[in-house]
Design a protein around this ligand. Structure first.
Ligand code: BTN
Length: 336
């Protein structure tokens, strides 16, 4: 099975068929002859497929006179493993998985421009040039976290895309809370924090005309199994991961499945019912509503109490003078 990329192939490859046959026996041995028969290949070819699957990380025991059995499945974002866990109707049903790429957002932007369907997802185990907001680098050790870019095509005015990004932040926080009761919160505009440390970020990039959005790529970096020593030194005191919070590694495949399920639900609710329900969830998950914050954007600094979230995603701050001012973008810190 090539772990490079793939939408659902018309016919499963021999590797996939072999895996399916082994899975069906739930850990029991299947003879080489039976596998060779079912696949219509020689026993040597079966062995070659077993080796290929092992290289992908599958634990396959081989025993003379008994055959092969599936002992373990890797926690890797392989197309087949992701698909088996998906509970969505349309999100992630087209999937491209990479061992390494420059940035999943770049691939998703290209695929979207070529006409990829809404809900298509690009995943990577590692990125050479992962990027975050404000041209910052997004660093993630290979195979530790979730690096995902989702293609969406909301029929909305480009000014409303910020609502979609907030919707995605809500979905990430809901997924972490549903799976692990992490008490994840949203730090404006769309970072997800646990215990005051950043666990996930979103970089949304869009193609739009004056009045019309063509497509949006929602890039999500979610720290799952990164250890404290793997955190880049610069963010060691301000970032975290699921593993750091729980004290144990978790299944990235489970996290991804929950994340995509929550995202599909939240996105559909936003498209159907508008921003009000998303905003209500955001307020419930926000770490700053009612608190005094400072928002720095370029050379501008605004300080005030967080009063609300505007429909364009801007933070509404009550200044000391009592005036309400909008902070459209920037870095926010709680003060006092
Ligand atoms: C941020 O908080 O600054 C946003 C980080 C977004 C990182 C993700 S990882 C997957 C996707 N590909 C990228 O290059 N960036 C986003």
């Amino acid at each position: 099975m090539k772990h490079v990329e793939g939408t659902k192939p018309a016919r499963p490859s021999h590797d996939e068929q072999l895996l399916e046959l082994l899975r069906d026996r739930e850990g029991d041995y299947v003879s080489g002859a039976e596998l060779a028969d079912a696949l219509g290949v020689s026993r040597t070819t079966v062995w070659n497929h077993v080796e290929a699957l092992r290289r992908e990380g599958y634990g396959i025991d081989a025993c003379t006179h008994r055959g092969y059995r599936l002992a373990s499945v890797p926690d890797r974002l392989l197309p087949d493993e992701v698909r088996r866990r998906l509970r969505t109707r349309w999100l992630g049903r087209t999937l491209w998985c990479y061992r390494e790429t420059d940035s999943t957002n770049d691939i998703a932007l290209d695929r979207a421009a070529e006409g990829a369907a809404e809900g298509a997802v690009v995943l990577a185990e590692a990125q050479r040039r992962g990027r975050g907001r404000f041209h910052r680098k997004w660093l993630s050790p290979p195979g530790a976290n979730i690096l995902a870019s989702v293609i969406l095509r909301p029929e909305v005015h480009p000014s409303l895309v910020s609502q979609l990004v907030i919707t995605a932040a809500v979905a990430i926080a809901e997924a972490l809370n549903a799976l692990y009761k992490l008490d994840a919160q949203i730090k404006w505009p769309n970072d997800v924090h646990v215990g005051g440390r950043k666990i996930a970020g979103i970089l949304a990039e869009l193609s739009a005309e004056a009045e019309r959005t063509n497509h949006v790529v929602v890039g999500i970096g979610l720290n799952v199994n990164m250890t404290r020593s793997e955190l880049p030194r610069a963010v060691r005191s301000t970032a975290t991961s699921v593993q750091i919070e729980l004290g144990r590694a978790v299944s990235r495949l489970d996290v991804l499945a929950e994340l995509l399920a929550q995202l599909e639900t939240c996105y559909e609710r936003w498209r159907r019912d508008g921003f009000a329900p998303v905003k209500a969830r955001w307020v419930g998950l926000s770490s700053a509503v009612g608190r005094r914050v400072e928002v720095v954007s370029g050379t501008t600094k605004l300080t005030g109490l967080v009063a609300d979230l505007d429909d364009d995603g801007a933070l509404l701050l009550r200044l000391d003078s009592g005036l309400i001012r909008k902070a459209a973008s920037g870095d926010m810190t709680v003060v006092g």
